[in-house]
Each structure stands twice: as structure tokens, then as C-alpha cells.
Design a protein around this ligand. Sequence first.
Ligand code: NAD
Ligand code: UPG
Length: 439
Amino acid sequence: MNIAVVGTGYVGLVTGVSLSEIGHTVTCIDLDRQKVDKMKQGFSPIYEPGLEELMTKNIAAGRLFFTSQHSEGFKEADAIYIAVGTPERFDGTADLTYIKAAANDIAEHITKQVVVVTKSTVPVGTNDVIQNILSAGTDVECEVVSNPEFLREGSAVHDTFHGDRIVVGSSSEKAAKLMDDIYAPFNIPIFHTNVKSAEMIKYASNAFLATKISFINEIANLCDSLGANVEDVAAGMGQDDRIGSKFLNAGIGYGGSCFPKDTSALVQIASNVDHEFNLLRAVIDVNAHQQALPVHKIKEHFGGSVRGKKIALLGLAFKPNTDDMREAASIVVSQELILSGAEVVGYDPIATENAKKVLPEIMEYADSPEEATEGADAVIILTEWDEIKQLDLGLFTEKMLEPVVFDGRNCFDLKDASKHNIVYYSVGRPSVGKVAEKV
Ligand SMILES: NC(=O)c1ccc[n+]([C@@H]2O[C@H](COP(=O)([O-])OP(=O)(O)OC[C@H]3O[C@@H](n4cnc5c(N)ncnc54)[C@H](O)[C@@H]3O)[C@@H](O)[C@H]2O)c1
Ligand SMILES: O=c1ccn([C@@H]2O[C@H](COP(=O)(O)OP(=O)(O)O[C@H]3O[C@H](CO)[C@@H](O)[C@H](O)[C@H]3O)[C@@H](O)[C@H]2O)c(=O)[nH]1
């Protein structure tokens, strides 16, 4: 089948490349010409494991094309995917500017009957808005289908080929059948529903996962006060099939391009129909507190002030295996520390260039964990990159005078930490070291 994809961010590019890998002829369209030139040569503008290999392979096979011209991309298309951003506006609602612009682009340039597939995460009812823009802007017959995306950054290619389900919300048998045909080679179960339910499935899924994370973080904070160990608590809970063990990793909360904006948007979607989504508001509040936890802990350790202290942040991206800095905890933590008078140095294996665009200008950056740690008064671990999890804790005793580590991702075993002469704090687990013993 011939497929066009509008927008080549994390979702559009991974979707386009994966659809070409299963045999479709795909043209990816983006307004950003520099990006398009790069992609034409097989370079991915984002860091996503396995993506560039599939790009180069399918470009060479003549199944994958890139353009900045909508008319060129839409010429032969049987289906046009919308994968543009829906960022959060100042009031928490989803900004639909890019969605409406993409719908107008489609209305202006299509010349043959198509199915328009909305991959972007959009509030319930938005696909009706898209359908109206199309009906008003073109006489060409087109139906809009909701097909929300569930991939995770850092494992986006794997998730696309091994998803638990594909959700398709449509209004006709014909469109539903076309989606079945497109996805058949993936061999993933397809869940069919109507358009509005599909739109809601996306928000409900993200809100539920965010709730799981905030819930376990609340339990972790209780464990901290009561002397229990949240890792054991989560493991014990997770063995109950009804609860499940996934997404029960306590830490410094969720960041990224989706959970923060989608939870806020769902609160707003609910308030539009006079529904106070109190549970979700609490989830968001807990997360804000959790992202700032390392600063509170480190300040507490130093008797209330970090003024003049050198603090190393290990891991800056919102999660491992991505260069995405959107809503990363490192933003809150670095800002707070710098405002409190600390000197902050950061290290990330991949995200440093993106970090420089969003973290305070005064931050310094190191090329390795060793360099970041040298002479630091405290280390805060913010992202559980393999490289960071595999560090020898002896590094801290070697590089720091009185090593203090706050591990926001519970990367290290407590027994291992206790073998080193360090003060080691983590989330929802007993502290290790001199200070902890005194408490
Ligand atoms: N990032 C994720 O992991 C993820 C996962 C699931 C769903 N989503 C949802 O998917 C959507 C896209 O997210 P993303 O992170 O890939 O976005 P992104 O911001 O990384 O990329 C969007 C791209 O669209 C391009 N664009 C904007 N308007 C255009 C137009 N009219 N024509 C052509 N190109 C245009 C931009 O130049 C940009 O490259 C969002 O709604 C998001 O909520 C994201
Ligand atoms: O047990 C956990 C799991 C995750 N996180 C944090 O939660 C955030 C999000 O992680 P993850 O869900 O792995 O990455 P995303 O790429 O943001 O993916 C989420 O958001 C996407 C965009 O909507 C969806 O498509 C995915 O299904 C959904 O998992 C990160 O900051 C993680 O550190 C935790 O703190 N504890």
C-alpha cells in the first residue's frame, strides 16, 4: 500500500520506517527541510535504538521516501497518517494548532480518495474536528480513523513490532478493513472500536500508568518514614496478577513528552464536561513533589543549604536510551539547585546537546561520570542509563572527599552500597552510611 506520514518526530518517523519495513511504500513529510535532507541520507534526527538501521535499509530498498512537500507525499497515498505534535498549552489543554494545520494541508493537496489516520494523541472529539476541516476543504472522499500510538521512547522500534495491541477507532467497515490490511504483517491483535473510544483509550492508558507510578512513589515515601523497603513491597504486590509488576518502579517521578501533558489534558477534558478528575490531579501533584525530592534530600543532608556545594547530576534525559529532555526531572532539579546557590555539573551519555538547550545556562557539563564526580560534594542519579547502573561505587570514594549519593532511580543494591564508605540515599529504601546510622 502507499502511505504518507505527516510529521517525523518520535512517532511519525518510527511509524513511517516500520510501515516501510513490513512492505509498504512510505513517504514521510516534514515542514523542517533540514531534517528532511538529513533523513533522505539515512540519518535519524532523533536517537532511537535500531531506527537508523531500518531507515537506511528501506531507503535502499526503494520503499521509504522523505519530502517537505505535502503534494508530493500525498500523490499516491491510500492512507495519510497524522503524527504531528499536540503539546501542552499554558492552561494544560492540548494545543491542536499543528493538527488543524495538518488537516488543512491534507484538504489542500489530496487528489484521490484516502483514509486519514490520526496517530497523534488528541482529545476526545478532535477527529470530528479533523473530519469537518476535510469536508469543508475538499470534495475528495476521505474518512478519519483514530489509531493512537503506545510506543515508548528508547524502545520505540521494538514496541512497534511487539505491541500488545493496535487500537483502531473507525466509523465504517471499509476503513476498519484498510487498517487491518495495513497492519496484518505485524501480527499484533487489533482492537476495533469507535473513534471517540479510541481517543479515550489513549488518555486513559497514559493516565493509568502515571497513576501507578505516583501510587508507588507515595508508598515509597511512606516506606522511607516507616523503615520498609519499597522494592520488596512492589515485588510482593506485583506477584498478584491483578496488580502486575510493571510500572511499579519507585523513583523521582515520571517525565517525558507524554505523561505530564496527557494527564494535564485529561484533567482539562474532564472539566469541559464539568467533571473534577480529583484522582488525576493528585497523581500530578505527587509527581511534582517527587521530581523535586532529590533537592529536598540533599539540602536536608547538608543541614538545609547547598550554597557553594558542587553537585554532579548523572543522567539528564527523562529516561534511558533517549535524547529527549521534555519534562525531565533534571530540569526541576538543576534549576532548584542553582537557585539555592549550588554549582551544578551534569553528565548524560546521549542527551547533553539537547540538555544544553533547556537546562540553566550556568550549568556545566562533563564528558564522563568520572569527570562529573571529580571533587563533587554530592552526586544525584537522575536517569538509570546502563552506563550509570554499571558504575563501580568505588568511583565515588575515589573522586569525592566525603561521598554523598542520592540515587533517584534505585540503581544500586543496598548491600553493595554498604560495602563502600559512602552515604547513600535512594527512594523508599533505607539509607546507607554514616549519616543514616545516626538517624
Ligand atoms: N513521543 C512519544 O513517545 C509519543 C508516543 C505516543 C504518542 N505520541 C503522540 O504523538 C504525537 C507526535 O509526538 P512526537 O513526540 O512524535 O512529536 P514531535 O514534536 O517530536 O514531532 C512532530 C513533527 O511534526 C512536524 N510537523 C508539524 N506540523 C507539520 C505539518 N503540518 N506538516 C508536516 N510536518 C509537520 C514537526 O516539524 C516535527 O518534526 C503527539 O500527539 C504525541 O502526544 C508521542
Ligand atoms: O515504573 C516506572 C515506569 C516509568 N517511570 C517513568 O515514567 C516516565 C515515562 O516512561 P515510559 O512510559 O517508559 O516512556 P514514554 O516514552 O514516556 O512512554 C509513555 O508515553 C508514551 C506517549 O504517550 C506512550 O506511548 C507509552 O505507552 C507510555 O509508556 C519516565 O520518566 C520513567 O522514568 C517510572 O518512574 N517508574
